[in-house]
Design a protein around this ligand. Structure first.
Ligand SMILES: [Zn+2]
Length: 398
C-alpha cells in the first residue's frame, strides 16, 4: 500500500495513453478522420491528460463542466477543478463534425496526429466570462487571456484516446516522468511526504532556498520544470535543465530531490493556476506544493500572495495536497545568509533582490552577478546562453 497521497478524485492515476502495441492500428484508422487542430495550449492540456496528470479527467470538458469550473471551480459532478480544460475549433470546422463523430486531434505546431476524440457535445462559450472568472481580468494584454480570446468559436467535448506524446519523451529523456513514474520513484525512496517545487526559471539562490525549506519539512522535493511553451524572454527548458543539474549536483544532498519536467503551457493565471498546479502535483504523488511570491503570475495582475490566500478559501475536501506558503526569499547582508521576509528583520537596503528584467539587463551588459544572488555554476551557464543570443560579431547587446 502506497504511503503517498491518493490521486485527485480517483484511487489510481488514469493516463489516457493507448497501450503502445495498439497505437499503430489506431493511428492508421485516425488518418481517415476529420482533423481538429489543437493550439499549443490545447496540446499541452492533451499531453497532461495523456500522461495521467489531469486524473480523473477523461477528455475535453463539456459545457456544464466548463461553466462549473469557471464559476465555482467544480465540474457538473462536483469534482474540484479550478480551470476549465477545453478544446476549441472554428465554426466552419465544427459545422462539418456531428455529435458522436470520432475526430483526429492534431498538434497545430507539428502537424502530428496526437490522438482521437469521440465528440459528445459542441457548444459556444462566453469567452469573457471565462477570463473574468479564471484570470480576474479580460485584458487582452494578459497572455493567458489573449489565448482564450483568440481561440475558435466552438468548443468540442469528448473522451480522448492519446496515441502520441509528441517529441517530449525522446527530447527530455530522463526528465519526462509521468505521474505513475514519479510515484514509483518516491516509493522506491520510501518517501510519503513530498513537496513539489515548480519552476520556469533557472534556480537562483532564492529558489534553492525554497527547495531546501521543502526538504527540511518533507521527505524530499520534486523539482518540477515547465517544459511547455513560455512567454518571450523566459529561459528555454534545455538551458534551465542544465543549470539545475549543475546546481543540484554541487549543492544538494543526493537522495533528497527528484528532477522532472512536465508538458504544461503556462497560462499565467496566478491564484487559479496555483490551484491547478497543486491538483496535478497531487497526481504526481506530492503532498505539498511550494507557493512563493506571485506563483504563476504575470505583470501586476495579481497581488504577490493571492496564490497563497486562495487555498484558504477552498472547501476542506477540495484537495489532499497542501500549500507550503513561503514569503519572499533573498540574501540578506546583515543576516549573513538566505532569509525570508518572515525571518529577516532588516530593511530592503540590506537585502539583495534583483528583478527578472534587471537580471537580463545585467547579463546583456556583462555585469557581475553577485554570488549571493546566484551560484557561479548557474551564472556561467546563463552567460553562455545570453552570449548565444547576441548577433555574431557584436560583443554585447545594448
Ligand atoms: Zn536580515
Amino acid at each position: 500500500m502506497s504511503k503517498l497521497v491518493p490521486p485527485h478524485g480517483s484511487d489510481t492515476v488514469m493516463p489516457l495513453l493507448v497501450p503502445e502495441t495498439e497505437r499503430a492500428v489506431s493511428l492508421r484508422r485516425a488518418q481517415a478522420l476529420v482533423r481538429v487542430p489543437m493550439t499549443s495550449r490545447e496540446t499541452s492540456d492533451f499531453l497532461m491528460m495523456a500522461m495521467g496528470a489531469y486524473t480523473p479527467l477523461t477528455g475535453f470538458m463539456r459545457h456544464d463542466d466548463w461553466r462549473g469550473c469557471c464559476a465555482d471551480m467544480k465540474t457538473a459532478d462536483g469534482l474540484f477543478w479550478p480551470i476549465p480544460i477545453t478544446l476549441s475549433c472554428s465554426k466552419d470546422l465544427a459545422g462539418s463534425i456531428a455529435v458522436e463523430d470520432t475526430v483526429a486531434l492534431v498538434d497545430q505546431g507539428s502537424g502530428e496526429i496526437m490522438g482521437v476524440m469521440e465528440v459528445t457535445e459542441k457548444y459556444a462559450i462566453d469567452r469573457e466570462f471565462e477570463c473574468h472568472h479564471v484570470f480576474r481580468t479580460a485584458d487582452p494584454k494578459h497572455p493567458g487571456v489573449a489565448k482564450v480570446l483568440g481561440q475558435g468559436e466552438v468548443n468540442l467535448a469528448g473522451r480522448v484516446e492519446a496515441l502520441s506524446e509528441g517529441a517530449y519523451p525522446e527530447q527530455y529523456k530522463g526528465l519526462y516522468h509521468r505521474p505513475e513514474e514519479t510515484r514509483a520513484l518516491f516509493a522506491e525512496r520510501g518517501w510519503s511526504q513530498v513537496a513539489a517545487f515548480q519552476t520556469r526559471n533557472p534556480m537562483h539562490r532564492s529558489h534553492e532556498h525554497l527547495a531546501k525549506i521543502a526538504i527540511e519539512i518533507c521527505d524530499g522535493v520534486l523539482i518540477h520544470q515547465v517544459l511547455g511553451a513560455l512567454k518571450v524572454g523566459d529561459i528555454p527548458a534545455e538551458v534551465r535543465v542544465k543549470a539545475i543539474d549543475r546546481l543540484t549536483e554541487r549543492y544538494f544532498v543526493p537522495g533528497t530531490y527528484v528532477q522532472a519536467g512536465y508538458p504544461i503551457e503556462m497560462r499565467y493565471g496566478g491564484p487559479r493556476e496555483a490551484l491547478l498546479h497543486a491538483l496535478f502535483r497531487q497526481n504526481f504523488g506530492c503532498s505539498h506544493l511550494v507557493i512563493g511570491r506571485d506563483h504563476a503570475g504575470v505583470g501586476s495582475y495579481y497581488g504577490p500572495f493571492d496564490a497563497q490566500h486562495i487555498f484558504d478559501t477552498l472547501p476542506p475536501d477540495s484537495l489532499c495536497i497542501q500549500p507550503l506558503k513561503i514569503d519572499v526569499t533573498f540574501y540578506c547582508y546583515e543576516c549573513g545568509g538566505m532569509a525570508t521576509a518572515r525571518t529577516c528583520p532588516h530593511g530592503d537596503e540590506r537585502r539583495l533582490q534583483i528583478s527578472g528584467t534587471r537580471l537580463r539587463e545585467m547579463f546583456a551588459n556583462n555585469e557581475k552577478i553577485p554570488d549571493e544572488f546566484s551560484r557561479p555554476e548557474v551564472v556561467a551557464i546563463l552567460k553562455e546562453y545570453y552570449a548565444s543570443l547576441r548577433p555574431r560579431g557584436s560583443a554585447q547587446v545594448s
